[in-house]
Design a binder for this molecule. Structure first.
Ligand SMILES: Nc1ncnc2c1ncn2[C@@H]1O[C@H](COP(=O)(O)OP(=O)(O)OP(=O)(O)O)[C@@H](O)[C@H]1O
Ligand SMILES: [Mg+2]
Length: 169
């Protein structure tokens, strides 16, 4: 997938979809900002949802600072809420930068299987099923939301095979 640099890239998908794994191997270190890592910094626990509001406040400051400097920025969060996607698009627009979404639209069984197999932390099955439902809605809404570019990965094999080529603008 060819991705403009600079741009704002939103990874979109339920927990266990492989967003962080993909981000780590596909984008330069420092360009990826993760809501889990910010929750871990704030609360000592990446799963502490009570730290979400503060984590997203900090995330906003970091993203704004990078975009103002015209630096490629990747938001590693589920991005399943339409209003949070809208907020990120508006921020990129302020700096006249393109907004790209990379969607991890896998069968729910794959999210669950990756989640069960992950060594570091696991999310409750019920939470993932609910996120998968929101992902279905996101996939039908996103084509009309105003992204400059929408990439969709539909299986673990596609996620594993995806290669990013950054194109300097
Ligand atoms: N395509 C893949 N093939 C094999 N294993 C994968 C693949 N994608 C992810 N995994 C494994 O699944 C687990 C979850 O992946 P990852 O942490 O990247 O998901 P995530 O989308 O970032 O989840 P979260 O939203 O909870 O942070 C990891 O243990 C990872 O090694
Ligand atoms: Mg992750």
């Amino acid at each position: 997938m060819t991705i403009a640099d600079p741009s704002l890239v939103l990874l979109v998908g339920p927990s266990g979809g492989g967003k962080s794994t993909f981000a780590r191997r596909s984008f330069p270190t420092g360009s990826v900002l993760s809501s889990d890592e910010l929750r871990a910094l704030i609360a000592g626990d990446p799963n502490d949802q009570g730290a979400s509001a503060e984590a997203f406040q900090v995330l906003g400051v970091l993203v704004n600072g990078r975009l103002r400097r015209r630096l490629l920025t990747v938001i590693d969060a589920t991005n399943l809420r339409p209003d949070s996607r809208r907020r990120w698009r508006a921020l990129a627009r302020r700096y006249d930068l393109p907004v790209v979404a990379v969607c991890f639209d896998l069968p729910v069984e794959d999210y669950l299987a990756f989640n069960r197999a992950r060594p570091e932390r696991q999310v409750e099955e019920e939470v993932i099923r609910e996120q998968a439902e929101r992902m279905r809605r996101a996939m039908s809404d996103m084509p009309d939301e105003g992204f400059d570019c929408l990439w969709v990965l539909r299986s673990p094999a596609e996620v594993a095979a995806a290669e990013v080529e950054l194109r300097r603008a």
